[in-house]
Design a protein around this ligand. Structure first.
Ligand code: NAP
Length: 257
């Protein structure tokens, strides 16, 4: 199967460190021959992302806070200049204020709601619009990351669950818009994995234990398993799949009791 993505070019948003889901996906895409470009959210992260990116031969490593339109534009201008086109966009970004992930959802402020939805859902729309322009005439694949809190109440996940619901609906609308251009848009709904973002959710350890006890496979999942499914979705293996939200959660989502 080696070389599944030979000659393909992918831009990755959402690597914070080597535990990031986006990093596991990057390694899987790289192993199959894709050339990668990376973005980082702030100077602090550059120190962690740049060595990782350069370690797998990435030449394009740029800052991008997705709440800033000018930074998004600069990234895609650079990709156009360096590569002339793009095949794959990985969106693995989410953020909500800490207080909104640890108290009753009803207390969510207007600002907290806007921030979570802007960073975690609208960013997919903005990034996909820019990516689609570079995928014109060659087709392409967009992949984002979501979680079960969009479909069911997961205590403390709160406004992030609402943002993920908007994200998943956006996947479907984007898939409809871009299907005629041969661009596929999908999401992976991953089970809980210990990462930097996950550490911000109050009671995350309980989520891990609960999922492992009740999932049909009776265990948690790891980022490498998400990456294998990502490979399927962004490569020719998933050529007829679009607008889909695929659960990679050891089966946890099917349980009623
Ligand atoms: P992570 O390593 O902390 O990755 C989250 C990324 O989002 C970080 O690189 C973070 O950068 C970035 N980000 C936040 N605000 C941003 C902004 N304004 N502009 C640009 N980037 C920004 O955690 P992860 O768990 O791998 O998360 C990746 C995705 O998977 C997220 O969408 C998450 O919701 C989803 N997911 C995670 C799990 C899980 O259990 N871990 C389960 C299902 C889905 P900073 O560190 O600088 O903020």
């Amino acid at each position: 199967m080696e070389g599944l993505l030979k000659g393909k070019r992918a831009v990755i948003f959402g690597v914070a460190n080597e535990r990031s889901i986006a990093w596991a996906i990057s390694e899987a895409l790289h192993a199959e021959g894709a050339e990668l470009a990376f973005t980082y959210a702030g100077e602090m992260l550059e120190k962690r992302v740049r060595p990782l990116a350069e370690g797998i031969g990435a030449k394009i490593v740029l800052p991008c806070d997705v709440t800033k339109d000018d930074e998004i534009e600069k990234v895609f201008q650079a990709l156009k200049q360096e590569w002339g086109g793009l095949d794959i966009l990985i969106h693995a970004i989410a953020f909500a204020a800490k207080e909104d992930l640890s108290r009753a959802f009803v207390l969510t402020s207007r600002r907290g709601f806007q921030l979570a939805l802007d960073v975690s859902a609208y960013s997919l729309v903005a990034l996909t619009r820019h990516a689609a322009a570079l995928m014109e005439g060659r087709g392409g694949s967009v992949l984002t990351m979501t979680y079960l809190g969009s479909e069911r109440v997961i205590p403390n996940y709160n406004v992030m669950g609402v943002a993920k619901a908007a994200l998943e609906a956006s996947v479907r609308y984007l898939a409809h818009d871009l299907g005629p251009a041969g661009i596929r848009v999908n999401a992976i709904s991953a089970g809980p994995i210990k990462t930097l973002a996950a550490a911000g959710i109050s009671g995350f350890k309980d989520m891990l234990h609960y999922a492992a006890e009740r999932a049909p496979l009776r265990r948690n999942i790891d980022a490498e398993e998400v990456a294998k499914t990502a490979l399927y979705l962004v490569s020719d293996l998933g050529s007829a799949v679009t607008g889909e939200v695929l659960h990679v959660d050891a089966g946890y989502n099917i349980m009623g009791m």
